[in-house]
Design a protein around this ligand. Structure first.
Ligand code: ADP
Ligand code: MG
Length: 625
């Protein structure tokens, strides 16, 4: 019988992977060290998965229960190997895990990296979980040899990262007894990754706190030396941990390259015991607005990693990174059952409360740092205002706003309440998509004249939480809705109060109303305008116009309410038009339509009928010449 050498099957990478590899190799020139962190983090993940599966199937662990990562240098052959004794991969799993990209965020990642500057590009890699492929930044060939725990076969995956890869079975003798070896054939300019000094320093800095011990072998046959102990940082006393250690740990647990803006490390005792080590990032993670809005907090039970899908925190705290290590959850609880566990519910409540109260403390002790956090994550935190009724007060206390009174500074509702005007019964706000445009809306004029502060809400989420909200007994009221009712609030002495509209003006208003007919629900005298001639507002009991626009834009509204056109009787143009008299019917008609279109344009909308608008504008301008 003759044995033929098996021809390895060549497969192509998924199109996205090929593109990703190309981008990675061509956009990241410095900071290539990240590949090491990514491979070590995969090795550590594999060890943690085994630890977890070993709970229900101890046979998987066999004789070798101690998780371990070994990094081996081979300067003579310009090779670097990262080996773990974790869960390993079967042939099929390798094809699945190393030929495709499962993550939904990857498309977004690629768009970003294509336009990113060098330093940004390398930051993006870890955040999007495209970690393994970063090996090709330093290697022109990568071999992955793996044997899954409990299996009696092994396989080798091999690729030059240029579009195809091969997978084939391999001798058990060539493979780790259990787990995975990733062998990098380093590029010429990456030879420094075989220097033990460089590698040791890089690993300690990037991965010194992964929960698995790391050993370094300076040559393939040298004695391995331990360079990281795999001790769980979070179980050590706070006083012994340096800022630097927290930062390294944060980076490895969060996949971020920035500094933590807030570090929270404590042990809960009492009914339930657990350790919490949580961080608020300094910059926005890129998955912040992923549709699933999933959190990334990890759940451990007595130092064994269980899952990062337990949703320990409410969705509006999804920017918090870190872990909770519970002493009370049973170790053999299935991931599915965890979600139902009352222990988890208690943890969720405890940790969420603590994070909010820490943020509150920070806002008092270091407002500058707090405002940075608010600037990054305020839009996410505000989701809690309508999703988490129980913590609404707390969240309102944390909220900061740009307002008509603040210039560029942030104001709290407490600040706002302290500046309430005599007879002011509501907290006024304006919503829109652009702060600058909001600040110059005509609807604000009357409020400005009276010195009434208006919250300027420019985040999408604002239109949702603000409906039906109140603070210290004062309802939130949109400046673009209903009657402004400003007459009770006195004007400063420098301003002369408006006289009642004259009969001529009232006549003109009635004329505009007839002319516009069905297009508006009413035309009336405004007390919110001081400089502009006209503006649009929503009828008293209709939806706020901005919310209406958002919902209509999302196809979630069939009919929109007709707006109210408000007219400023003090405006010179209005006075003149009112005096124009019945004789100039054509001009008055054009003017009625043009005023309505002008108000629409001020709100960022198109004229009702752009062609008719141009014709009217041309006629009116022509008359003026
Ligand atoms: P991520 O770690 O975010 O899932 P990676 O690109 O780093 O993304 O890795 C892709 C997948 O490859 C992993 O999810 C895992 O299934 C598999 N993998 C990579 N390295 C190892 C390893 N050392 N042991 C077992 N599986 C691994
Ligand atoms: Mg990874």
């Amino acid at each position: 019988m003759t044995t033929t050498e098996a021809v390895p099957e060549t497969r192509s990478f998924e199109a996205d992977v090929a593109k990703l590899l190309h981008l990675m190799v061509h956009s990241v020139y410095s900071d290539k060290d990240v590949f090491l962190r990514e491979l070590i983090s995969n090795a550590a993940d594999a060890c943690e998965k085994l630890r977890y599966e070993g709970l229900s199937d101890p046979a998987l662990l066999g004789e070798d229960g101690q998780p371990r990562i070994t990094v081996t240098l081979d300067p003579d052959n310009r090779q670097l190997a990262i080996e773990d004794n974790g869960i390993g991969m079967s042939e099929a799993e390798m094809g699945e895990a190393l030929g495709t990209i499962a993550r939904s965020g990857t498309k977004a990642f690629m768009d970003r990296i294509a336009g990113a500057k060098d330093a940004e590009g390398s930051q993006l890699i870890g955040q999007f979980g495209v970690g393994f492929y970063s090996a090709f930044m330093v290697a022109d060939k990568v071999d992955v040899v793996s044997r899954r725990a409990g299996a009696d076969t092994a396989a080798i995956w091999s690729s030059d990262g240029l579009g195809t890869y091969t997978i084939q079975p391999t001798n058990l003798a060539e493979a780790p007894a259990r787990g995975t070896r990733v062998l990098l054939h380093l590029k010429e300019d990456a030879a420094s990754y075989t220097e033990s000094f460089t590698i040791e320093r890089t690993i300690k800095a990037q991965s010194g706190h992964v929960p698995v011990p790391i050993f370094l072998q300076e040559k393939p046959d040298a004695e391995p030396k331990q360079i990281a102990d795999g001790a769980a940082l979070w179980t050590r006393p706070k006083a012994e941990i340096t800022t630097e250690e927290y930062k390294d740990f944060y980076r490895s647990v969060a996949g971020q390259y920035d500094e933590p803006a807030l570090t929270l490390h404590y042990r809960a005792e009492g009914l339930h015991e657990y350790n919490v080590l949580a961080f608020v990032p300094e910059t926005k993670p890129f998955d912040l607005f992923d549709p699933d809005r999933a959190g990334r907090m990890k759940l451990y039970v007595r130092r064994v990693f269980i899952t990062d899908e337990a949703q320990i925190l409410p969705r509006y705290l999804r920017f918090v990174r870190g872990l909770v290590d519970s002493a009370d959850l049973p170790l053999n609880v299935s991931r599915e059952m965890i979600q139902e566990s009352p222990v988890l519910a208690a943890i969720q409540k405890g940790v969420s409360n603590r994070i909010l109260s820490e943020l509150d403390k920070l806002s008092a002790s270091d407002s500058e740092r707090y405002l940075k956090i608010w600037d990054n994550f305020g839009a996410v935190l505000k989701e809690g205002l309508y999703e988490d009724y129980a913590r609404r007060e707390q969240l309102l206390g944390l909220a900061r706003f740009k307002t008509t009174a603040s210039g560029d500074a942030w104001r709290s509702l407490k600040d706002y309440a302290a500046g309430l005007k005599e007879n002011q019964t509501a907290i006024y706000y304006a919503t829109g998509s652009d702060l600058g445009r909001l600040a110059s809306s005509p609807q604000l004029e009357g409020f400005r004249a009276r010195g009434i502060e208006v919250l300027l809400l420019a985040d999408q989420v604002d239109s949702f939480w603000v409906t039906g909200m109140d603070y210290e007994g004062k309802p939130f009221k949109s400046v673009t809705q209903g009657l402004a009712d400003l007459s009770l609030i006195p004007l400063p002495e420098s301003e002369t109060p408006a006289a009642d509209a004259s009969d001529a003006v009232n006549g003109f208003i009635a004329f505009v109303k007839t002319t516009l007919g069905d297009a508006v629900s009413d035309v009336r005298v405004s007390d919110r305008l001081t400089e502009s001639a006209v503006c649009l507002v929503a009828p008293e009991h209709a939806m706020d116009r901005q919310l209406e626009k958002l919902l209509a834009g999302a196809g979630r509204l069939d009919a929109t309410a007709k707006p109210v056109l408000e007219i400023n009787p003090r405006h010179a143009l209005i006075a003149k038009l009112s005096e124009a008299g019945e004789g100039d019917q054509a001009l008055r008609e054009d003017a009625a339509h043009l005023l309505f279109d002008e108000a629409r344009i001020a709100d960022g909308e198109l004229p009702v009928d752009p062609r008719a608008f141009s014709a009217r504008l041309t006629r009116v301008l022509g008359r003026g010449l």
